[in-house]
Design a protein around this ligand. Structure first.
Ligand SMILES: Cc1ncc(COP(=O)(O)O)c(C=O)c1O
Length: 498
């Protein structure tokens, strides 16, 4: 078996490297043939196991030809980066070790502490006693943050939401901007707050949460007997990359004793570009910051991260360890670790709020994968300056694209290009608003089918928009010109206008 695996593993490494090396020469994305779709989606489980070499041959023939497209430098869709090669390199090693990072005394758990500390350091979030953990992505990190917020608010009103549930209590209200990500509402629904408990605060003309509108909503809700508990700000909205006025929102949260959640899933790393860093002022005051290393940083999926000011509060919201296993002290030997080994700690020197216990006590996941290895390899390989360089480069390219749009007669920018997302639309002269919506809705799928670039759309201020997210380190100015050519070609081919 060992020799079979060694031979096949070398072949698998070749496949992976050839795939990465050949991406630029292939279409960004191509539709699956019906045969491929049927093989991929409808195959029966074989009765007898198949040799490793056969599996690799099928992956080469039937899986690799149909990627999502995000490895290609002309993929501008959603927020999906290419994998950073160091992260790809270590994936088989993480799988070979196959630990559960629920907790315990082993390398994977210890490495996660460094990775979380590095991430906090990159975005300027205060370290110990603050801490955090890796998650599958921002959606799960958001659930954990809002659960801690809900728990803290209930406790400060003198009750225990974990024991009592929400029935019979004043309804909680979460404040999100009109540009907040859908994962916030999903989390609120899951946590029993309900979509009706999600107050959508209007955004200003630059798609940032409007603090005076927020104050008005808070006052109205309090007068109605509701229980505001959390402001969810965004540092880099998914639609246009806007950054909410974090400092002003932090003032309101402090005045009104509300949990400040900052969704930096996509944009938090933007703080590394000195040209836009001042816009992130206030992020360091948040109770929780969510960021996604599997976005701008390029850590292979999945890898999200939740940073919290008070890990003890997060543990209060999630810890469900039988009392015979729980260990709140720094005594050696807790949780089945061999005697004489320290209890797992949060980054930095031991402190009271430093977070004893297992990672599984700080979120919804029990068995947790070895995400830290791919995140560690990515960051260690790039280094701080490499990470800052890729962020700054992407922000600069977004500025260039915005300029190209602004100079074109048949294109119109729909939002400021603050981070690395450019929202715009195709706007040939003489079309009505309805016609413009129709053509701009049709452009993304048409561009995708053409295979030279990949772009997705959205709605901004009631209009159909195209949005290009620039997070591929290999994207060039030439790629931007091709993207705009493709938009025009798809737009001109759209027929008939309604
Ligand atoms: C601003 C923002 N928040 C949250 C999310 C959700 O992140 P995930 O898909 O990692 O759960 C995204 C995903 O694109 C996002 O852009």
């Amino acid at each position: 078996m060992t020799e079979d695996l060694r031979r096949a593993a070398r072949a698998a490494a070749d496949l992976a490297v050839d795939h990465l090396a050949g991406i630029e020469a292939r279409p960004v994305w191509q539709p699956m043939t019906e045969t491929a779709r049927t093989w991929l989606g409808d195959q029966p489980l074989p009765d007898r196991g198949r040799p490793l070499d056969d599996l690799l041959a099928e992956i080469e023939a039937r899986v690799l030809p149909y990627p999502m497209g995000n490895g290609h430098p002309r993929f501008f869709g959603w927020v999906n980066s290419p994998p950073e090669p160091a992260g790809v390199l270590v994936e088989p090693i993480a799988a070979a070790m196959n630990p559960s990072c629920a907790g315990g005394d082993h390398a994977a758990v210890a490495l996660e502490r460094s990775v979380v500390r590095w991430l906090a350091g990159l975005v300027g979030y205060p370290g110990p006693p603050g801490g955090g953990l890796l998650t599958s992505g921002a959606s799960v990190a958001t659930i954990a943050s809002l659960a801690a917020a809900r728990h803290r608010a209930a406790a400060s009103d003198g009750w225990d939401v974990r024991a009592d549930g929400l029935a019979g209590r004043p309804p909680f209200v979460l404040y999100v901007s009109a540009e907040g990500h859908s994962c916030l509402r999903k989390a609120a629904e899951l946590l029993g707050i309900g979509a009706r408990g999600v107050r959508v605060v209007p955004a200003d003309r630059e798609f940032r949460m409007d603090p005076s509108a927020l104050r008005a909503e808070l006052a109205r809700d309090r007068a109605d007997g509701l229980r505001p508990f959390c402001i969810a700000a965004t540092a880099g909205t998914v639609n246009s990359g806007a950054i909410d006025p974090l400092d002003l929102l932090a003032d309101i949260a402090a005045e009104q004793d509300l949990w400040l959640h900052v969704d930096g899933a996509y944009g938090a790393l933007g703080i590394l570009d000195p040209a836009i860093a001042p816009r992130f002022a206030g992020l360091e005051r948040a109770d929780a910051v969510v960021l996604d290393p599997h976005k701008w940083l390029g850590v292979p999926v999945d890898c999200g991260c939740l940073l919290v000011r008070e890990p003890a509060g997060l543990r209060e919201a999630f810890s469900l360890v039988p009392s015979y296993l729980r260990d709140d002290s720094a005594d050696p030997g807790g949780h089945g670790a061999p005697r004489g080994h320290p209890v797992p700690r949060w980054p930095g020197p031991p402190r009271d709020a430093d977070g004893p216990g297992w990672f599984s006590e700080y979120g919804p996941e029990q068995t947790r994968p070895f995400r830290a290895l791919r995140a560690w390899a990515t960051m260690a390989h790039l280094g701080r300056s490499g990470i800052a360089g890729l962020v700054t480069r992407a922000v600069g390219l977004a500025r260039d694209l915005a300029g190209m749009v602004d100079r074109a007669d048949d294109l119109e920018r729909l939002a400021p290009a603050v981070t690395s997302i450019v929202a715009f639309r195709y706007r040939p002269p003489g079309r009505t608003d309805g016609q413009l919506d129709a053509v701009n809705q049709a452009i993304p799928p048409a561009v995708q089918r053409r295979g030279r670039a990949f772009l997705t759309g959205t709605r901004l201020a009631g209009r159909e928009a195209l949005r290009a997210c620039l997070i591929h380190p290999g994207t060039t100015s030439g790629d931007l010109a091709i993207l705009l050519d493709e938009v025009r070609a798809a737009g001109e081919a759209f027929n008939p206008y309604p």
